[in-house]
Design a binder for this molecule. Sequence first.
Ligand SMILES: NC(=O)c1ccc[n+]([C@@H]2O[C@H](COP(=O)([O-])OP(=O)(O)OC[C@H]3O[C@@H](n4cnc5c(N)ncnc54)[C@H](OP(=O)(O)O)[C@@H]3O)[C@@H](O)[C@H]2O)c1
Length: 278
Amino acid sequence: MHTVLANGANIPAIGFGTWTLRGDQAADLVREALEAGYRHVDTAVMYENEEAVGEGLKAAGVVRDDIFVTTKVWPTDIADGDLQRSVEASLKRLDLDAVDLALIHWPSKTVPLAESFKALNEVLDRGLCRHIGVSNFTVAMIEDAVALSRHPLACNQVEYHPFVNQAVVHQACRKHGMAMVAYCPLNRAGVTFAQAPVRAAVEAHNRTPAQVVLRWHMQQDGVVAIPRTTNGQRMRENLELFDFQLSDDEMAAISSLTSRNQRQCDFDFSPEWDPAPA
Ligand SMILES: NC(=O)c1ccc[n+]([C@@H]2O[C@H](COP(=O)([O-])OP(=O)(O)OC[C@H]3O[C@@H](n4cnc5c(N)ncnc54)[C@H](OP(=O)(O)O)[C@@H]3O)[C@@H](O)[C@H]2O)c1
C-alpha cells in the first residue's frame, strides 16, 4: 500500500470509508477490507458504527500497528473536556488503546478554535491518538488551526472528486505538510463516471471509472482517498490503482471538470467554502 507522509503520520493512500455502514454489515466489510489489503479505516462518532468497526478490525487479525484508524469528533463535542470525553468513548467502542488520527469532524460556529485545539492536543499528549487533524476546514481555518496547535496537523479531510475544486485548500495543506484526505472521492459513483475525460481514460487504460477517478487522486501530491463500498469486488477494484498511470493530459482533462464545483456534503452548518481560483 502506498502511503502519504504528513507531519510524521504515514497514511495509507487508500482508506476504507464507513459512513452509512452499520452493525454486522459494517463489521464484516471492515474485516473483508483488511483481508483485501486495506490498511486504513475511516470512521466517526457520527457514523454510529465504531463498535462494529472495532469488531471488524479484531476479526481480521491484522497486527494493530499495521492499521491506520481515523475517528472524528462531532462539532457539538469539541469544547474542552467534551472533546477528550468523546475520544475516550470512541476508544471504548472501538476497543482500541489509541486511534492513529483524531479529527475535528466539522468546524464549530460557537466553540472557540483555541479551546478545541487545547483539548485536541491534550488527547495526543495523553496517547489517546497518534496524530491530530481537521475536517471540512477552509484555508483561513487551517491557518488558525496551525497557529493554535502545539502538535502539527496531519490532515484536512474534505470532499474531493472531479466535480469539486479544492485547489486552494490543497495548496494550504501542502504548505503546512498536511495531507488532504479526499472524502466522497467517487462523488458517490454519480455522473462523474460518465464524463468524457473519465470515459476516455477508462478506454485508454482498460480500467473502470472508479479506478480512473481514484488514480487521479493518487497522482496528486499529498492526497489520500477513502472510498466506501458494500461490494467485495468493488472493494478490491478500488485498491488496484498502482499499476497504471494517467498522462499529464488525462490528469488535466479530468481536473477541468472541477469547474462545476458541485458538492455532495453542503449543509446549513457548513463553513463558507473557499471560492475556487479564477
Ligand atoms: N469528513 C466528512 O465530513 C465526511 C463526509 C462524507 C464522507 N466521509 C468519509 O468518506 C467516505 C467516502 O465517502 P462516501 O461514502 O460518501 O462516498 P464515495 O466513496 O464517493 O461513494 C460511495 C458510493 O460509491 C459506490 N462505489 C464504490 N466503489 C465503486 C466502484 N468501484 N464502482 C462503482 N461504484 C462504486 C458505492 O456503492 P456500492 O456500495 O454499491 O459499491 C457507494 O454508493 C465515507 O464513507 C466516510 O468515511 C467523510
